[in-house]
Design a protein around this ligand. Structure first.
Ligand SMILES: *[C@@H]1O[C@H](CO)[C@@H](O)[C@H](O)[C@H]1NC(C)=O
Ligand SMILES: *[C@@H]1O[C@H](CO)[C@@H](O)[C@H](O)[C@H]1NC(C)=O
Ligand SMILES: *[C@@H]1O[C@H](CO)[C@@H](O)[C@H](O)[C@H]1NC(C)=O
Ligand SMILES: *[C@@H]1O[C@H](CO)[C@@H](O)[C@H](O)[C@H]1NC(C)=O
Ligand SMILES: *[C@@H]1O[C@H](CO)[C@@H](O)[C@H](O)[C@H]1NC(C)=O
Ligand SMILES: *[C@@H]1O[C@H](CO)[C@@H](O)[C@H](O)[C@H]1NC(C)=O
Length: 303
């Protein structure tokens, strides 16, 4: 603030001493800059004159953001806040390139920057705005429960962090059909301003797809990263269940191992108990849930 006061004082002096060339000096800045999080950002501004002024001397340069001085040059001295400097490290009062360099771009650097220049031949000012982006990291997916028994509902969780601005997580099955409507997304902003995205996809028991892809899209709708999760059905892990139960419920050959007899017997008792709601011999081992869904899955699975 003290430096702003000094600046105003100087400005007053220059205006009062009457600048006959006022209007010949312009500051021209690039309108908008998109900076990458964690990288340098260059805010380009140059001093232009409408006439050829070979002896143009820059007396004051101030770079401010929301009235906070970031870099002030006056009386031949250069006072930058940490993290800001002239783009040209050997900048001097004859150098018309007054661009500002931000060393390590962070989310808080977003905003409008004003550059004011006072010369021996007039003064000018312009502003430029900085937008910040950060790419999201490759998502990670996990399921709850970890291994998915066929007859339970399951939730897939997808997480992606380190991005800015707020993006979106979307779900697709192996047929590339979108399931995002069945999901719920949450976005949390970390201290650094970056977003953590997390999305839950609820799968009903007997869902017929095995591979689900979670894609992270940036704020302008471009896909950045993706990850695919293979649902580990208990069925996939233990294909023997199918082989044992299938034949045992249909045929009784003379050569039957005692093991499968026991299984057959158990199944018979089981079928009796739930006979009223079974149309045929079950090929899968279920004990509750929606029958339509169950039948569909049982037909799909023996393949
Ligand atoms: C200003 O100087 C910087 C650093 O040397 C350079 O990258 C940039 O291109 C210059 N801008 C103009 C308009 O000359
Ligand atoms: C996958 O997509 C094709 C073509 O759109 C469709 O015919 C098929 O039924 C879909 N498969 C599943 C399992 O939904
Ligand atoms: C964001 O995610 C990281 C790990 O991915 C975690 O350590 C951090 O606590 C999360 N922050 C918030 C605010 O959710
Ligand atoms: C977001 O914050 C809430 C409350 O602090 C927390 O319960 C949730 O797990 C966080 N989500 C993410 C994606 O970090
Ligand atoms: C599911 O993903 C696995 C591993 O990436 C792949 O081997 C398999 O072919 C995929 N299945 C389908 C139906 O896309
Ligand atoms: C989104 O990604 C595209 C392509 O990589 C990029 O051009 C665009 O600037 C990004 N937008 C944001 C807001 O990050």
């Amino acid at each position: 603030m003290a430096s702003m006061g000094i600046l105003l004082f100087f400005t007053a002096i220059y205006i009062r001493t009457g600048n006959t060339n006022a209007g010949f000096v312009n500051v021209e800045c690039q309108a908008e800059k998109v900076g990458q999080y964690g990288q340098q950002s260059l805010l380009q501004c140059v001093v232009k004159t409408t006439q050829d002024l070979a002896d143009l001397e820059i007396r004051v340069v101030t770079w401010t953001k929301e009235d906070r001085p970031l870099l002030v040059f006056h009386e031949g001295k250069n006072k930058p806040q940490p993290g800001y400097s002239f783009a040209d490290p050997s900048w001097n009062d004859r150098n018309r390139n007054v661009s500002l360099l931000i060393t390590n771009t962070a989310v808080e650097h977003e905003g409008v920057y004003k550059c004011t220049v006072i010369t021996n031949s007039g003064d000018g000012e312009d502003s430029t705005s900085l937008k910040v982006t950060a790419k999201y990291n490759k998502p990670t997916i996990h399921s709850n429960p970890e291994t998915v028994p066929l007859n339970t509902d399951v939730t897939l969780m997808c997480d992606s962090d380190g991005g800015y601005p707020k993006g979106q997580l979307r779900w697709f099955d192996e047929n590339n059909t979108e399931w995002t409507k069945s999901s719920q997304m949450e976005a949390n902003q970390t201290e650094s301003g970056l977003f953590n995205l997390s999305s839950k996809l609820s799968l009903l028991k007997g869902s017929i797809f095995t591979n689900y892809t979670c894609k992270v899209f940036n704020a302008s709708g471009n896909k950045e990263e993706e990850a695919t999760f293979e649902v580990q059905n208990a069925q996939n892990k233990d294909p023997h269940t199918e082989e044992v139960l299938g034949p045992a419920s249909k045929i009784v050959t003379p050569v039957v191992v005692i093991g499968s007899l026991i299984v057959g017997l158990a199944l018979l008792i089981y079928r009796k108990r739930s006979q009223h709601d079974h149309r045929g011999p079950p090929t899968c081992d279920y004990d509750d849930g929606d029958h339509q869904e169950r039948d569909k899955t049982c037909q799909v699975s023996p393949a």
